[in-house]
Design a protein around this ligand. Structure first.
Ligand code: ADP
Ligand code: TYD
Length: 228
């Protein structure tokens, strides 16, 4: 792996935990301080990745293409990730920039490793092989109550479906409670395993309360980048 100079921050958590909202709020706060972050989401964020995203997130895919095999789902998540690392993340880090990424390999460990029961080892081996083991400098994990997060995500996705002529981003949200309990538990286990990298925030507070906590964490960790 090429030595990097920038800062790589990822946002993780179950669907509806508030990641996208908080990435936007933090990005705005950074811009107000003269720091221009690079924003990215996974799956997505590159032309190839956005195509992969539309296959993986549309709940009609299993009907139109035949049931997507869990291994194929995992491989597509990593195809997306490998592309965005080459096309977006490494170039930005080499320029010394801050990258804010909405989901990364922890999502594969939580959703495919635990949710789909493929196991963490397989996910981490792919991360090593396909992502050069590129680790975030900091991961903000938002963990609201499972039901609260799902309810928010389902309401948001219903709006998306109405605005996109029936195309949706619901493929994961239609999974049952047991799936999301496994996802939640896997996130908690990752945070316990890697306390240096992963900072957990409850996610039940208001948008502003959570944003404030995130700013404090980011300022403490990357003081060199963000003037007080
Ligand atoms: P994620 O990206 O984790 O799925 P979003 O940021 O898209 O989550 O948030 C899902 C929905 O919940 C959005 O409609 C958003 O406005 C709302 N939301 C986000 N954070 C909060 C919060 N702390 N309290 C209440 N609603 C929230
Ligand atoms: P996204 O819009 O990021 O989710 P959210 O509802 O949290 O805003 O959609 C990504 C979906 O893809 C989400 O349900 C989690 C899932 N996913 C995986 O299963 N594995 C992965 O590796 C990634 C990156 C996402």
């Amino acid at each position: 792996m090429i030595p990097v100079r920038g800062t790589f921050i990822t946002f993780e958590g179950p669907d509806g935990s508030g990641k996208t909202t908080q990435v936007r709020v933090l990005a705005q706060w950074l811009r107000e301080r003269g720091v221009q972050p690079v924003l990215l989401r996974q799956p997505g964020g590159t032309p190839l990745g956005e195509r992969i995203r539309s296959i993986l997130l549309d709940s009609r895919s299993d009907l139109e293409l035949g049931p997507v095999a869990p291994m194929a789902e995992l491989a597509l998540m990593f195809a997306d990730r490998a592309q965005s690392i080459q096309q977006v993340v490494l170039p930005a880090l080499e320029r010394g920039e801050i990258v804010l990424c909405d989901r990364y390999t922890d999502s594969s460990e939580a959703y495919q490793g635990a949710g789909r029961s493929l196991g963490s080892e397989r996910v981490l081996a792919l991360h090593q092989a396909l992502c050069g083991d590129l680790q975030p400098d900091l991961t903000i994990l938002l963990l609201p109550d499972v039901e609260q997060a799902l309810e928010r995500a389902r309401r948001r996705n219903e709006r998306f479906r109405r605005q996109h002529g029936g195309k949706d981003e619901n493929r994961f949200e239609v999974e049952g409670d047991a799936f999301f309990r496994r996802v939640h538990a896997a996130y908690a286990a990752i945070a316990a395993r890697e306390p240096q990298r992963v900072v957990t925030i409850s996610g039940n507070g208001s948008i502003e309360t959570i944003a404030h906590s995130i700013r404090e964490i980011v300022q403490a960790r990357i003081a060199a980048f963000v003037p007080a």
